[in-house]
Design a protein around this ligand. Structure first.
Ligand SMILES: [Zn+2]
Ligand SMILES: [Zn+2]
Length: 287
């Protein structure tokens, strides 16, 4: 794998009256997953996959709104061809925030739930393509012939959200899982938007059982995983469920589970976004 670090400078002006400016650096690290498939890790937090070839560029996820221009510059430095497609793995702002910039003039593919969410602001309904709203939606399976590959897009409902898509590149054996992989960490499960932690783990199991053993798994957050690493992560999460389910059956409530330190063996999993205590709160109603 080849790593290249881009450090791009974004200037923010705070307005005419208070004519100050500050400089914000977006650190974007590029890794070549396979020939033509690159992973951009934005701000060391969220991943974007760039598939470039003779037909043009396909991008999976658009990171944050604030990093849109820097991300576009990083994509253009990988390939100067046109961005033809942007796929959103799901609705969240760390994956769709840059849609207006990255998806401008491109087809944007997502589950209809993403379109509904993005169109639901209080502003007047924007022109779709110019604002990066999805113009191609899928609730099942679809394929896209692009750059000599038949790219497979699959909707796996009810895990992280109700609108999760997984994208597979068979020729390069790269699987882009969106937030069905928080590599090395407790996952965020958006119960308010149709997510369910137990379905989440079933969907992860489906991904592991469906794609080849030598595939590379690029999740929304954390490092790229091999299948072996993905399986180990799933087993660890299933162990946490076993521990908490047993405790609940013995009469413990969530507060008692936290004060008893039941997830102390997995302390490193709480270092990114979802702490051990939040993972207990997420799981407790489903145990
Ligand atoms: Zn998410
Ligand atoms: Zn995310």
């Amino acid at each position: 794998m080849k790593n290249i670090a881009f450090v791009l400078i974004l200037s923010l002006s705070t307005g005419a009256i208070f004519a100050q400016s500050e400089t914000v650096k977006t650190e974007i690290t590029a890794t070549e997953l396979a020939p033509g498939n690159h992973r951009l890790f934005v701000d060391n937090r969220v991943s974007v996959v760039v598939h470039a070839g003779n037909d043009g560029v396909l991008v999976i996820d658009a990171a944050y709104e604030r990093t849109g221009n820097d991300l576009l510059a990083a994509i253009n430095s990988i390939s100067n061809k046109e961005i033809r497609f942007l796929i959103n793995t799901h609705m969240h702002g760390d994956h769709t925030g840059g849609n207006a910039v990255i998806g401008k003039g491109a087809h944007v593919i997502a589950h209809p739930g993403v379109k509904k969410f993005l169109a639901g602001g209080d502003k007047a309904k924007p022109d779709e393509t110019a604002h990066g709203l999805p113009d191609i939606t899928t609730t099942g399976n679809m394929t896209l012939d692009f750059n000599g590959e038949t790219i497979e897009i699959t909707h796996l409902p009810g895990g992280h959200t109700d609108n999760d898509l997984v994208v597979y590149f068979p020729a390069s054996r790269v699987v882009v899982t969106g937030d069905l992989l928080f590599a090395g960490y407790f996952p965020y499960v958006d119960v308010g938007n149709g997510g369910n932690p137990l379905t989440y783990l079933k969907n992860v199991e489906w991904i592991i059982n469906t794609y080849p053993d030598d595939a590379t798994f690029s999740g929304g957050h954390g490092p790229v995983f091999s299948k072996k690493e993905y399986k180990t992560w799933l087993s660890a999460l299933n162990e946490t469920i076993d521990v908490l389910r047993k405790a609940k059956s013995q009469g413990m409530d969530a507060a008692q589970m936290k004060s008893a330190g039941l997830l102390n063996d997995w302390a490193s999993f709480g270092a990114f976004f979802i702490t051990g205590d939040r993972w207990i709160d997420t799981l407790y109603p489903f145990l």
